[in-house]
Design a protein around this ligand. Structure first.
Ligand code: BGC
Length: 816
């Protein structure tokens, strides 16, 4: 498969390559070294001497945040990557990508820092929600669709984080010890598939080490495998602050060190060339990769961009809603409890009102609107048929002040003179690099005061607190509650200033509807340990906590009075985010107690699980239906109403196994002495569950629709599988036909079965549809560590056409 991503395949590519070479030849060493270093948090410097504009990057993956980290600059928020993968639909992923490119263009972004295609090795992984699946094949297919979509809109991608960045604990230093076979068959496989099938214009190298070498310096994995064997011709950008050594990085194939302005490239790189520690031709190679990217995205004068026909405008809200309902996985539906029958509905749960639509960390974007389940059902159900009760609130911690606050930031110099003001739609200030309010500079800025009003939604004791490090003064309703220095809770992660825990400082008795003045003043200290200047802090808030038993009792009464109870349970930002892993898979707070109690009061209880990754569902056999909604994006509540009312089917299938932590075979995320050995080899996810002979709560691939399917026939010719299915149920629907390949004579060193293909059938009642699925040759190969090569494994094989991993409907035996 060497050289699949050839750099000079078409005349247009050749012409672009010629412009790149001419531009490169005009640059002196200093300019070249400067181009390879971030000039700030998100961009590379412009080089007017060659007609190169500044290249702008932005996260990714569910939206395009842009260069400003604020709700003042909103973005469409699509469902979480786990949700996108649950659609099992690369075409839908492609359409998501087209929308994201449109968002990127709107925000002046040339490269999206996405998709995340690390594998869900352990359910405890903190960024599990941000990856697609435990299965490399499904991950590769969804990632391919996504990259094709984004790049068809003329915007680059950086497939991340290369490679084995599968957990968060000690992420900057952990050495993941992974056998070559597991690397090839699992962790590298999605990257390889995407390079081959979608030709990404970029890749992001991870923080962690693999087998003793940190990924930004990994010559073997980057230069030999990614570029050499696979023919990747895009640029390689470091994860943010992952580049640590000028010579080792450039020799290891790292093109760009981000963010800046202080990096190990720039002047340090030019000096290394002058000292004879680095060949200038090595620098040229990296510059060539960056210029090629710039040419592709259309910011290098004289070069025709890779895309000249921009796709038609996409309606972001409609697409977000479509993906959400296609992603919802109905894992249980006793006696066809769903769709809802007519009658009254008691909607219960804090997340039904304050929806959790996305995961935390660098994946955060700020949508212009959020449709909560309460909003969605209020719109969809007849007037008077819906009641609402909180039931249990898992948000027992301080959150960014946003409920009832109206705030503005006032910037002052040392003399106390107002030098500028900034809009702050919430209590969060995240000004990075030059992104300061008009008229304000780091030299003149001394204090930032967030000031305005809080109009409480509920009466009682409100807690206010501060996120950030430095000297703060917090005043509420004329009383000063804190006037001191707050220190970071944990300074081991340089992004602690962004993602660290808030600390409580004031408990104030307030009355619903009666506004009070609030002020938080920060004496500006710039965060240490990051290469750019920033003002980062937040006013945080917690509404009065009601008595938990009372809340449950209220919900039980509401459930008893209604025909159906719909309980929305959720994780919180402190459970699923970046920079830390999960400790357990339990729902936070009293939510499990709530569901037990509601289920006992109403046999017609439907539970909606609003989490990005697996949680334990100890009450699942007590309730009528369980619908997994993931982090459903900004239109989640509208999509939920679509599906609960039966307007649409829930279309999702599990992209990862759901089970309890005690049963999960691979869970380890905490390194010992800096090392995390992947001792399980090629057995992660369902491969591991099958090897261990354990039955999970819900298997990989599982998910119900609102109609039934019969599998009529399977035919295998060579590697082409043809399956005929009939919609034998009452309404039109969609079936994801899954093909698993299983050696007829199992051996302990190979997985019992693996996903090797899938396709979607759509049919009306009684209609028969044929799907054709091409199996990859890799499904019949293994990586041989002795010969260091892919090696065919002789059959015979069972080819299973299945509704889920454990629900095989038809099989055929082949002997390739
Ligand atoms: C994350 C990346 C992200 C980058 C920029 C890092 O901490 O690991 O996924 O793209 O920050 O926000």
């Amino acid at each position: 498969m060497a050289g699949t991503q050839g750099t000079r395949s078409t005349p247009a590519d050749q012409a672009r390559e010629a412009v790149v070479e001419t531009a490169l030849a005009k640059l002196d060493l200093d300019a070249k070294a400067r181009l390879l270093a971030g000039q700030d948090m998100w961009s590379l410097p412009a080089l007017p001497e060659i007609g190169l504009k500044s290249l702008v990057m932005s996260d990714g993956p569910i939206g395009v945040r842009g260069v400003r980290w604020t709700s003042g600059d909103p973005s469409v928020a699509l469902p979480s990557p786990t949700a996108l993968a649950a659609t099992w639909d690369p075409e839908l992923a492609r359409r998501a990508g087209v929308l994201l490119a449109q968002e990127a263009r709107r925000k002046g972004v040339h490269v999206l820092l996405a998709p995340t295609v690390n594998l869900q090795r352990s359910p405890l992984g903190g960024r599990h929600f941000e990856a697609y699946s435990e299965d490399p094949y499904l991950t590769g297919r969804i990632g391919t669709g996504y990259v094709r979509g984004v790049q068809s809109g003329g915007v680059g991608t950086t497939v991340k984080h290369f490679v084995a960045n599968d957990a968060e604990t000690d992420r900057f230093t952990v050495n993941n010890v992974v056998g070559e076979r597991a690397l090839r068959e699992l962790y590298l496989a999605p990257f390889e598939a995407i390079v081959e099938n979608a030709h990404p214009w970029g890749i992001m190298t991870a923080y962690n080490s693999v087998n003793g070498t940190t990924m930004t310096e990994h010559r073997y994995l980057v230069n030999e495998i990614l570029r050499g064997e696979w023919g990747f011709d895009g640029f390689n950008v470091s994860d943010w602050m992952a580049a640590r050594d000028t010579v080792a990085d450039i020799e290891g194939g790292l093109d760009v060190a981000m963010p800046g302005p202080r990096t190990v490239y720039g002047e340090a790189l030019a000096q290394a060339v002058r000292d004879g520690r680095v060949e200038e031709s090595t620098v040229d190679g990296a510059v060539r990769n960056v210029l090629r990217l710039a040419a592709r995205v259309g910011i290098l004068e004289g070069a025709q961009p890779a895309v000249t026909d921009i796709p038609e405008t996409v309606d972001g809200e409609a697409l977000a809603r479509e993906i959400a309902r296609r992603a919802f996985v109905l894992v249980r539906n006793e006696n066809n409890a769903l769709p809802l029958k007519s009658g009254s509905v008691a909607l219960i749960g804090a997340a039904a009102r304050d929806a959790r639509v996305l995961g935390g960390g660098s994946a955060v974007v700020f949508p212009a609107r959020i449709v909560s389940p309460l909003d969605g059902l209020t719109d969809a159900l007849p007037d008077g048929s819906l009641s609402y009760a909180v039931g249990a609130d898992p948000n027992t911690e301080l959150a960014i002040a946003d409920k009832g606050f109206e705030l503005r930031a006032h910037c002052r110099d040392e003399a106390g003179t107002l030098i500028g003001t900034g809009a702050t739609p919430t209590g969060e200030v995240n000004w990075m690099g030059s992104d300061l309010p008009d008229g304000v500079t780091y030299d003149t800025l001394h204090t930032v005061e967030l000031t305005g009003t809080l109009t409480p939604r509920v009466s009682g004791p409100h807690v206010l607190g501060i996120k950030g490090a430095g000297a703060f003064t917090l005043t509420v309703d004329g009383t000063t509650y804190f006037d001191d220095v707050q220190r970071p809770a944990d300074d081991s992660d340089p992004f602690e200033a962004f993602f660290g825990l808030p600390q409580p400082h004031a408990e104030v008795e307030l009355t619903a509807g009666q506004p009070v003045e609030v002020s938080l003043t920060f004496v500006v200290t710039l965060p240490e340990g990051i290469p750019f200047k920033a003002v980062v802090f937040a006013l945080t808030h917690q509404e009065p906590q009601r008595d938990e038993d009372e809340l449950i009792a209220e919900a039980v009464a509401a459930a008893r009075a209604a025909d159906t109870a719909v309980v929305v349970v959720a994780t919180t930002e402190r459970v699923e985010s970046e920079g830390f892993d999960r400790k357990n898979l339990r729902l936070p707070g009293r939510q499990d107690d709530l569901v037990h109690a509601v289920a006992a009061a109403n046999p017609n209880t439907v539970v909606v699980v609003n989490s990005g990754s697996p949680v334990e569902l100890p009450w699942r056999d007590e309730v009528a239906a369980v619908l997994l909604s993931w982090f459903p994006g900004q239109e989640g509540g509208a999509a939920l109403a679509d599906v609960l009312t039966g307007e649409y089917e829930p279309g999702g299938r599990l992209p990862t196994t759901w089970g309890s932590l005690t049963d999960a075979p691979v869970t380890q995320v905490v390194p010992a002495d800096g090392e995390l050995p992947y001792t399980e080899g090629v057995f992660i996810g369902y491969r591991a569950w099958e090897k261990a002979g354990r039955t999970p709560t819900y298997p990989f691939g599982h998910g119900l629709g609102y109609t039934d399917w019969t599998y009529d026939s399977i035919d295998v010719t060579g590697t082409t599988v043809t399956v005929r299915v009939t919609n034998s149920g009452p309404r039109e629907g969609r079936e994801t036909v899954q093909i698993y390949v299983s050696p007829s004579e199992p051996t302990p060193d190979r997985p019992t079965r693996r996903l090797a293909g899938f396709a979607t059938a759509e049919a009306t009642p009684g209609e028969t549809v044929t799907v054709t699925i091409e199996l990859p040759t890799r499904a019949f190969e293994t990586w041989d560590e002795r010969t260091n090569a892919w090696t065919p494994v002789k059959g015979p094989y069972e080819i299973e056409a299945s509704h889920s991993l454990t629900d095989c409907r038809l099989r055929a035996t082949i002997a390739p």
